[in-house]
Design a protein around this ligand. Structure first.
Ligand SMILES: Cc1cc2nc3c(=O)[nH]c(=O)nc-3n(C[C@H](O)[C@H](O)[C@H](O)COP(=O)(O)OP(=O)(O)OC[C@H]3O[C@@H](n4cnc5c(N)ncnc54)[C@H](O)[C@@H]3O)c2cc1C
Length: 310
């Protein structure tokens, strides 16, 4: 219930303006976002790399409905790729197609993505296409498999959400294409017609899909902080004798740092998704919706800071 309200709020730009006007915006976001600037994000990536952890940099932004804004996001993402290359960081990039103009026109989006992917190819850096709400699933997968993957191959990959009822079929097709897939549970409020609502069903779907991807896929990213699913992955790869170089675990910046370090120390590849930028509001609200206890945690930190800064 609280989770759904937070997801509803995540789409209300007016609430974001209110939060920003009242001055506690940066403190609210700091738990999950590596700052508003690229410099802040690069510092976070350096620190992860120093612990043997890779990163995926995400310039926050979505639902762009102006062509110039989409082009400017494209240029910023290309700037991120340049910076990763110049600083020789162990990092790739994640983007959302609605940030590249999918809501405006799919050709605008493809053009911007081709520019991003050409730059990525020159630098030898991978670009992941995040998955958004279910109204974008078909278009995202179609653009990926018909336009972007045929031209750019392993420079790019997509995301599959285990809560989507269609995902088993999508995973089989992506394995067939040997496309690179990140598997996650899914972060949006979806109707029961398209998505499992029961947490057990979402987890069972995740377990089935991860087995297929780890056994037959192309370097899948297993993106979860769920101990049961991580243990399931570890038991499965041990039973099937699948070497740890064949896949990676992925987690979010600011979530389960203990687990990130533990898996890394055990010799598994670990990548942390590092979001940055000024457009952090929808992202933050999705993180709060996943774990409403975060609201209390963040409110306490904001209050503490406010009290001690006087
Ligand atoms: C690298 C990465 C990329 C992602 N990309 C996408 C994407 O493209 N599209 C998409 O729809 N979703 C994406 N997600 C989000 C994902 O779909 C889930 O919403 C999110 O990961 C929470 O699910 P979980 O598997 O961690 O399990 P949960 O059952 O939600 O959480 C398991 C445990 O993890 C911890 N935890 C999880 N979330 C939080 C949180 N926000 N704050 C504090 N602790 C938490 C808690 O200890 C919790 O008990 C991504 C997630 C990751 C890790």
């Amino acid at each position: 219930m609280i989770g759904n309200t937070l997801l509803w709020l995540s789409e209300r730009q007016g609430v974001f303006e209110f939060i920003k006007r009242h001055g506690f915006s940066k403190k609210l976001a700091a738990r999950f976002v590596a700052g508003e600037t690229l410099d802040g994000a690069i510092a976070a990536v350096r620190s992860l790399n120093a612990h043997g952890i890779s990163a995926s940099l995400d310039l926050l932004g979505e639902s762009v409905c102006d062509e110039r804004q989409a082009e400017s996001a494209r240029d910023e993402v290309i700037g991120v790729l340049d910076r990763i290359a110049a600083a020789q960081l162990d990092a790739n990039v994640s983007v959302k197609l609605t940030q590249m103009g999918l809501d405006i026109d799919s050709e605008v989006c493809v053009r911007n993505m081709c520019d991003v992917l050409s730059s990525a190819r020159q630098h030898g850096i991978f670009v992941r296409i995040d998955m958004e709400g279910s109204t974008y699933t078909e278009r995202t997968l179609r653009l990926f498999s018909e336009r972007l993957h045929p031209e750019f191959g392993d420079v790019t990959g997509v995301v599959i959400q285990s809560y989507m009822r269609r995902s088993a079929g999508d995973v089989d097709e992506l394995i067939e294409m040997q496309a690179r897939v990140r598997l996650c549970k899914g972060a949006y409020a979806e109707p029961k017609e398209v998505a499992f609502q029961d947490r057990g069903e979402v987890s069972r779907s995740f377990a089935t899909l991860l087995e297929r991807l780890v056994e037959r896929g192309n370097y899948p990213g297993i993106a979860t902080h769920d101990d049961v699913l991580i243990d399931h992955t570890l038991a499965f790869v041990e039973r099937k004798q699948i070497p740890s170089e064949r896949f990676e675990f992925q987690m979010l910046y600011g979530v389960r740092r203990d687990l990130q370090d533990r898996l890394r120390r055990q010799g598994f590849n670990m990548r942390v998704y590092v979001p940055f930028g000024t457009q952090w509001y929808p992202y933050l609200m999705r993180r709060l919706a996943e774990r409403p206890a975060n609201i209390a945690f963040i409110t306490m930190s904001v209050l503490k800071e406010a009290m001690f800064s006087k």
